[in-house]
Design a protein around this ligand. Structure first.
Ligand SMILES: NC(=O)c1ccc[n+]([C@@H]2O[C@H](COP(=O)([O-])OP(=O)(O)OC[C@H]3O[C@@H](n4cnc5c(N)ncnc54)[C@H](O)[C@@H]3O)[C@@H](O)[C@H]2O)c1
Length: 391
C-alpha cells in the first residue's frame, strides 16, 4: 500500500505569468488550479487576452497587480525580463497558431516556458524552439497532462522493468463527441479553423495526446505511419476523426483512433499494451484503476495507492487508496516536477529520477506526428516516414 502525502515543492515559491486565460477561456484556469495544488508558484503577471480591457478584467480577477497586466505578450516578455522580481516561468494557453511566436518571445528573454500542446503549427517551428531552449539551458514543458497520473507512471515503470515482456501490440484511442454536430454555426470554434489550429483538428488536438502517451508509457519510437483522416461533418475544413496504423522501430505495431465525432463518448482516452508476457489496460475516465495480466494468470485490477505499485506511482500519490484522485492532481504532478526542475537548476542540484515531464522535444515529436498523419492520408493512406524529428 502507498501512503498518500502532501506533495509540495521545497524552497521559496516561484513567480509565473499567464498568456491566455481571458474571460470564458478553458484550459488556463485548469493550469492555475494544478499549480495552486503544488503551492510551488504564484501568478504575478499576465497577458490574458489580445484585448487590453479583457486582459485587465481577467488579470484583476486573478489578483494580479495592474502594473503587471499586459495588453500584448511582447510587452509582457520585455517588461518581465527587465524586472529584478520578474516571472520565473510563463504558461502559454492560447490557440495553437500563436504558440511559436509567444514561446520564442519569452525564451529569447531567458524566461522558462510551459506551453500547451500541440507545440506549434510546423515541425520546423517546434525544432527551432527546442534549439532555443537548449541554447539557453532553460526548462520547457509541453503539458501533455495525462502523463501526470500515478497509474500512468506505474505503467511506464512496469513496462521498463519487463513486467509484460517485449511490447508487440498497442491499441490506443481518444474518443470524444463534442464536434459530432456543426458547432461552428453557433459559436467560434478555433480548433476547426486551419489558420488557428494548423493542418489538423482531430489529430492535432487529441491524436497528439495518444502519440505522447504511448511513447511515454512504452518508450516505443514510431518508424512508419499509415493514416485515414476523415471529416464527417459537412462544411468543416479539417479532420474530425482519424484511424492511424503505426509500425514502431523493433517490430511492434499499433493502432491509434482519435475521434471528435464518437457519439456518446466524453473524454475516452485509453490504451491497451500487449507484450510477450502480459498486458496492461488503462482508461483516463477511470484513472484510479489499471488492468494488469500476466500470461497464464488471472488478470488483476491495480488501484492507485493500492498494492503492488512501484516507486514512480508512490512518488506522485497524494491521497491514500480508495480516495479518488483526478485530473487536477495530474496537472499538479507535472507542475511539481517542472517547478522543482527550475529550482534545482538554480541551486545546482540534480534532478530526482521521478521529476520528469514532457519536454520541448516531445512537443516537436507530436507536431511531426500530426504532419506525418496528414501526409499519409493525403496520399491515400500510403506508408510514410513516422520517425521522430531530427534536430
Ligand atoms: N493539455 C490539455 O489537455 C489541453 C486541454 C485543452 C486545451 N489545450 C490546449 O490549450 C490551448 C488553449 O485551448 P483553450 O481551449 O483553453 O482555448 P480558449 O479559446 O478557451 O482560450 C484561449 C485564450 O487565449 C486568449 N488569447 C488568444 N490569443 C492571445 C494572445 N495573442 N495573447 C493573449 N491571449 C490570447 C484568448 O483570448 C482566450 O482567452 C490550445 O493550444 C489547446 O490545444 C490543451
Amino acid at each position: 500500500m502507498i501512503e498518500g502525502r502532501d506533495i509540495v515543492s521545497a524552497g521559496p515559491r516561484l513567480r509565473y505569468g499567464l498568456v491566455g486565460g481571458g474571460p470564458g477561456s478553458f484550459i488556463a484556469g485548469v493550469h492555475r488550479a494544478g499549480i495552486d495544488l503544488t503551492r510551488a508558484a504564484d501568478i504575478t503577471a499576465g497577458c490574458f487576452s489580445r484585448d487590453r480591457e479583457k486582459s485587465l478584467a481577467a488579470g484583476s480577477a486573478a489578483g494580479v497587480s495592474e502594473d503587471r497586466i499586459y495588453g500584448s505578450y511582447g510587452e509582457m516578455a520585455e517588461a518581465e525580463s527587465a524586472r529584478p522580481d520578474g516571472i520565473d516561468f510563463v504558461v502559454v494557453t492560447t490557440p495553437n497558431g500563436t504558440h511559436y511566436e509567444i514561446c520564442r518571445a519569452f525564451l529569447d528573454r531567458g524566461i522558462n516556458v510551459s506551453c500547451d500542446k500541440p507545440l506549434s503549427l510546423t515541425t520546423d517551428e517546434a525544432l527551432d524552439l527546442v534549439r532555443r531552449v537548449r541554447g539557453k539551458d532553460l526548462s520547457f514543458m509541453v503539458t501533455y497532462v495525462y502523463t501526470g497520473y500515478p497509474l500512468v507512471r506505474h505503467a511506464r515503470e512496469l513496462i521498463r522493468n519487463g513486467g509484460i515482456g517485449d511490447v508487440r501490440v498497442v491499441m490506443a484511442e481518444y474518443a470524444q463527441d463534442w464536434l459530432a454536430d456543426r458547432l461552428e454555426d453557433t459559436k467560434t470554434v478555433w480548433r476547426t479553423d486551419p489558420e488557428q489550429a494548423g493542418v489538423s483538428c482531430c489529430v492535432g488536438d487529441i491524436g497528439t495526446h495518444i502519440e505522447n502517451m504511448v511513447h511515454f508509457v512504452t518508450g516505443l519510437e514510431i518508424d512508419r505511419i499509415s493514416a485515414v483522416l476523415s471529416t464527417f461533418v459537412p462544411g468543416r475544413e479539417l479532420d474530425d476523426n482519424a484511424l492511424v496504423t503505426v509500425k514502431y522501430r523493433g517490430g511492434a505495431v499499433g493502432h491509434y483512433w482519435p475521434s471528435q465525432v464518437a457519439a456518446g463518448r466524453e473524454n475516452g482516452l485509453s490504451f491497451r499494451v500487449y507484450g510477450t508476457e502480459g498486458s496492461i489496460e488503462w482508461h483516463q475516465e477511470n484513472p484510479n484503476e489499471m488492468r494488469f495480466a500476466r500470461k497464464g494468470h488471472p488478470s488483476v485490477t491495480l488501484t492507485r495507492g493500492g498494492y503492488d505499485l512501484g516507486p514512480s506511482a508512490a512518488r506522485w500519490t497524494r491521497m491514500p487508496s480508495g480516495h479518488p484522485e483526478g485530473l487536477f492532481a495530474a496537472w499538479a504532478n507535472l507542475y511539481e516536477a517542472y517547478c522543482s526542475t527550475i529550482k534545482n537548476k538554480r541551486q545546482g542540484k540534480a534532478q530526482d529520477e521521478f521529476e520528469i515531464f514532457p519536454t520541448a522535444f516531445d512537443g516537436a515529436r507530436g507536431v511531426k506526428f500530426v504532419h506525418d498523419c496528414v501526409a499519409s492520408s493525403r496520399a491515400d493512406s500510403a506508408w510514410v516516414d513516422g520517425a521522430p524529428p531530427v534536430l
